[in-house]
Design a protein around this ligand. Structure first.
Ligand SMILES: Nc1ncnc2c1ncn2[C@@H]1O[C@H](COP(=O)(O)O)[C@@H](O)[C@H]1OP(=O)(O)O
Ligand SMILES: [Mg+2]
Ligand SMILES: [Mg+2]
Ligand SMILES: [Mg+2]
Length: 360
């Protein structure tokens, strides 16, 4: 941990790592026991599970405990509205049990009520913006990957005066060694907790990006990307889910640039961690035209990539704005890579669009 205990946000980093570890352990326990009945659909049709809610509550609990008083300022994905209805009551009880089990590992004997757990979940309703500082949480990024026994990540960032200053990613299913496309497709939930699986990424602005173990005490390693733009050697990453990013547009782009390696398709911000340590050199994301990107889906990953020497921007090359509220209002698509490849990618995307090949 020592390498992370420096810089302006050292104490926030310590609290963020503790909270993400606790949340990741909870997710890991739930993933293999998850029953269909414990997953529900939100109004936008995206899935949500008892683990999404319970992790949000546990991370909020941990951060609040660590900061010692004062209101927690947090922008987080989930809210408790559906859990406060009659149909949501049994799910709320399951979530309360999970939260209490996790909390007991830190504070034996503590017992939160259902009401307290729902109130913890609702601490994530901060509206974000350019002023002050606030946490940004995606309790489970890649819920579809979580349900499908593939990759997911517990993602926590800190925004100060509109800038991401800290990011931590817990990736329980990510192999310690570089992940291959075959491993990405096959899933890895059954390996979680085994030696060789489970990574944590952490970065602080101007203090570097690191990878370490989710459990155990192996040392942290600093990450530094090598810049190049030889696309014949480059592998790119994209969403596992076709519905989350236009795979046919990225195939055209890859062809135009001379990329021949098969894409690495992974769920969640695990992609940002994998990029920062060099498993692949590019992440392409082109969601559906009417999809509005949220800050919690990119906040932690963005600083982890940038501190490792990478660049993240929208498809026009404009940096992402994390200080404009809960959403990232951006030009279609997000492109992440090392600097030389990034410049070539932005140019190639503009060229394809000019030729009439718009992403879906
Ligand atoms: N229709 C959608 N299009 C694009 N992204 C989506 C859509 N629905 C949910 N997402 C979010 O996109 C991210 C997943 O991206 P990827 O497919 O690259 O892993 C997740 O944060 C996921 O939310 P969630 O946090 O609920 O899983
Ligand atoms: Mg979701
Ligand atoms: Mg997400
Ligand atoms: Mg989520």
């Amino acid at each position: 941990m020592q390498v992370l205990e420096r810089g302006k946000y050292a104490s926030a980093m310590k609290r963020a790592c503790e909270a993400v570890r606790l949340g990741s352990a909870l997710c890991q326990n739930v993933q293999l026991q998850l029953k269909q009945a414990e997953a529900a659909s939100k109004s936008d049709k995206s899935p949500v599970t008892i683990a999404d809610y319970a992790t949000q509550a546990v991370v909020a609990w941990s951060l609040q405990r660590g900061q010692g008083g004062g209101p927690l300022q947090m922008v987080a994905e989930e809210d408790s509205e559906d859990l406060r209805t009659e149909e949501g009551a049994s799910m709320a009880d399951r979530i309360t049990e999970l939260v209490n089990n996790a909390v007991a590992a830190v504070e034996p004997g503590s017992n939160l009520s259902r009401q307290q757990v729902l109130d913890l979940i609702d601490l994530g309703q901060h509206q974000g913006g350019p002023e002050g500082s606030f946490w940004v949480l995606d309790p489970i990024d890649g819920t579809r990957g979580f349900v499908g026994m593939r990759q997911y990540a517990v993602c926590l960032g800190l925004v100060d005066q509109g800038q991401v200053v800290l990011g931590v990613l817990g990736c329980p299913n990510l192999p310690v060694e570089p992940i291959t496309p075959e491993q990405g497709e096959a899933g890895a939930a059954e390996h979680a907790g085994e030696p060789g699986y489970g990574c944590m990424f952490a970065a602080q602005l101007h203090e570097g990006s690191f990878v370490g173990p989710l459990q155990g005490d192996a040392p942290w390693q600093e990450l530094q990307l090598t810049d190049h733009s030889d696309f014949s050697h480059i592998r790119f990453m994209e969403s596992y889910e076709k519905g989350h990013s236009d795979h046919s547009f990225t195939a055209k782009l890859a062809k135009a640039l001379g990329i021949t390696k098969a894409p690495l398709r992974l769920d969640s911000q695990a992609k940002y961690g994998a990029l920062a340590r060099g498993d692949a050199a590019v992440i392409l994301r082109f969601p559906n035209r009417n999809y509005r990107e949220k800050i919690w889906d990119h906040c932690a990953g963005a600083v982890i990539v940038q501190e490792a020497g990478g660049i993240i921007s929208d498809a026009a090359g404009t940096p992402l704005g994390f200080g404009r509220g809960r959403w990232l209002d951006l030009d279609k698509g997000i492109v992440t890579s090392t600097p030389k490849a990034h410049a070539a990618l932005i140019k190639a995307i503009a060229q394809l669009v000019q030729e009439g090949h718009e992403p879906a």
